[in-house]
Design a binder for this molecule. Structure first.
Ligand SMILES: [Zn+2]
Length: 133
């Protein structure tokens, strides 16, 4: 029987052996028991009507030109709005917000130790499959 390679399971085992994961796990449960949550700062963005073109996506540009008789004239040209590149609206960053991030203790530990839990599951299945044959 050929046992498949299990790099993620090995990482998980090393993290458990180091002892650090137990301390961190206990700390996360301690936080949870006191109704503390881990959160993340983020900057929400919202699409808003472009003030440069009032949402049309086009700006009218006047240029002074001389006509064939040498008189100075204004020529109006429609141009794509440089503020929104013709979209009529643009992203505006809103005030920073803080949002709780809910994850299981196992998921936090996996992220901290760089373990991919989906790969762990795949490796577990591959081992089971290998033993069945
Ligand atoms: Zn615009």
């Amino acid at each position: 029987m050929e046992v498949p390679a299990t790099p993620e399971l090995d990482k998980l085992a090393a993290a458990r052996k180091s002892g650090g994961s137990q301390e961190i796990g206990a700390f996360l449960e301690w936080l949870d028991g006191r109704n503390f949550a881990i959160g993340q700062w983020y900057t929400p963005v919202e699409m808003m009507r472009c003030s440069g073109c009032s949402g049309s996506g086009i700006v009218v540009q006047s240029e002074r030109r001389r006509d064939e008789h040498g008189y100075s004239r204004f020529k109006k040209t429609n141009r794509v709005c440089p503020g929104c590149e013709g979209m009529g609206e643009r992203e505006v960053e809103l005030e920073q917000r803080f949002m709780p991030v809910y994850r299981s203790v196992e998921a936090w530990l996996a992220e901290y130790f760089g373990v991919d839990l989906d790969k762990v599951e795949q490796e577990r299945r591959a081992i089971l499959e290998a033993y069945r044959q």
